[in-house]
Design a protein around this ligand. Structure first.
Ligand code: HEC
Ligand code: HEC
Ligand code: HEC
Length: 330
């Protein structure tokens, strides 16, 4: 018995010494030229696939993905965040990216074998030790679904063209002015407010993977000028909004009078006698955007303004829909 234990201890010590030598003397060749040893790629990819199958959310969590604004939003994000590695549909990927180990599969291939709920998990979590990044901020399932909506449109060969503008204004305008739904209108807002928000996306104070990508894709020195430009540029992206008068009038009552738990929104978002307001303009803002934002405030994903957090804490989904319908139609 004692001999067995001693042998095991000796082997363990030898193994440890070996491991230390590999790390310390650089014995393991990290060169990506030759790829993995035979079999290793198979093991890694199979582990990856099974890990996704085990962890992906259930199919019931998949929202409507065929909304054209949602797909366009996902496409706009994909164009800068994912194209460098996965390429554009129908176009070859860059030779340099093909030399990665593992190489990112071309978009046409990357979407081929996964269901929407699995794509969601992959885009939200990334894949460790492969270069596939996680979503940059937490709590933004709504944004990840926009990207999944685009990936599914690629699967179905119904994807919109990707924009490839280099000038900052045109790049921002690939969403703002062209896409409705959860992309906000900027032309109703003041330049100072827009600039503050751009800084909040940059610092991470206001979590959004889509806008964090956008503000880090243009020179920081241009942000103030972009805020001024978009405050003054009419946004005509159409929203085929079904005006729901009954819903809007419920929203109006809540926004004007509040309840025991919800303060009146107009106290801060309506114009005061001196023409000032405490909060940003919401009149004419998009319904889809308002619904997403109010849900994020209520659920505590957004918390950078304590008064807004308190104002929304007790809202129900139905109240959120009513408020969004009211302000969108104002
Ligand atoms: C820096 C390069 C890089 C970026 C940027 C990147 N990916 Fe990936 N991605 C990879 C690599 C590498 C893999 C392969 C992982 C593996 O097979 O083990 C991968 C895998 C995937 C897969 C799974 C495909 C499969 O079957 O292996 C999907 C889907 C995907 N990426 C989507 C995206 C989306 C959407 C974005 C943008 C939000 C993105 N990726 C950004 C490198 C990248
Ligand atoms: C891929 C689409 C897309 C691109 C590109 C994009 N945006 Fe946005 N933008 C959005 C979305 C979606 C939101 C809402 C984000 C959130 O949930 O906070 C937003 C929010 C904003 C806001 C906050 C508005 C408010 O009412 O609070 C500003 C300001 C803004 N964007 C400006 C810009 C500028 C400037 C650029 C270019 C550097 C840009 N955006 C590029 C989609 C985009
Ligand atoms: C005490 C003042 C106050 C009250 C009450 C209030 N808000 Fe706000 N709200 C703000 C401020 C300030 C902001 C800007 C926060 C920031 O800096 O991002 C804001 C932001 C928002 C935004 C994001 C707008 C955008 O374009 O970025 C929405 C939507 C919103 N409020 C809706 C509402 C609704 C609906 C109510 C009523 C339930 C409400 N607010 C009550 C002060 C208030």
């Amino acid at each position: 018995m004692r001999a067995v234990l001693l042998t095991l201890a000796a082997l363990a010590a030898l193994g440890l010494t070996g491991a230390v030598a590999v790390v310390w003397f650089g014995l393991y060749n990290v060169s990506a030229v030759t790829g993995h040893l035979p079999g290793v790629s198979w093991v890694l990819h199979t582990t990856f696939r099974n890990s996704v199958w085990l962890r992906a959310p259930s199919e019931e969590t998949v929202p409507e993905l065929d909304d054209k604004d949602l797909i366009a939003l996902g496409a706009g994000h994909y164009a800068t965040a994912c194209v460098p590695c996965h390429g554009m549909p129908g176009e070859p990927a860059s030779a340099t990216m093909q030399a990665m180990v593992p190489a990112p599969p071309h978009i046409d291939e990357a979407v081929a074998h996964w269901e929407p709920n699995e794509l969601f998990w992959i885009v939200e979590n990334g894949v460790k030790m492969t270069g596939m990044p996680a979503w940059p901020v937490g709590g933004r399932d709504d944004e990840v679904w926009a990207v999944v909506a685009y990936l599914v449109s690629v699967q179905e060969e119904a994807a919109p063209e990707l924009a490839g503008e280099d000038e900052p204004e045109e790049y921002c305008a690939s969403c703002h002015g062209r896409v409705g739904g959860q992309v906000p209108r900027l032309d109703i807002l003041q330049a100072e407010y827009l600039e503050e928000q751009l800084q909040a996306y940059l610092s991470g104070k206001r979590p959004s993977g889509i806008m964090a990508q956008a503000v880090t894709s243009v020179p920081e020195a241009r942000l103030a000028e972009l805020a001024r430009h978009f405050a003054e540029t009419a946004d005509e992206a159409g929203d085929e909004d079904v005006a729901d008068a009954e819903l809007a009038s419920k929203g109006e009552a809540l926004a004007r009078e509040g309840t025991r738990d919800v303060p009146t929104c107009l106290a801060c978002h309506g114009e005061r006698e001196d023409g000032q307001r405490k909060g940003p303009v919401l009149d004419g803002q998009r319904r889809g955007f308002m619904e997403v934002q109010l849900t994020l405030w209520r659920d505590g994903v957004l918390e950078h303004d304590p008064l807004m957090r308190a104002a929304t804490r007790d809202l129900s989904d139905a109240e959120i829909a009513a408020l969004a319908a009211y302000f969108a139609g104002r």
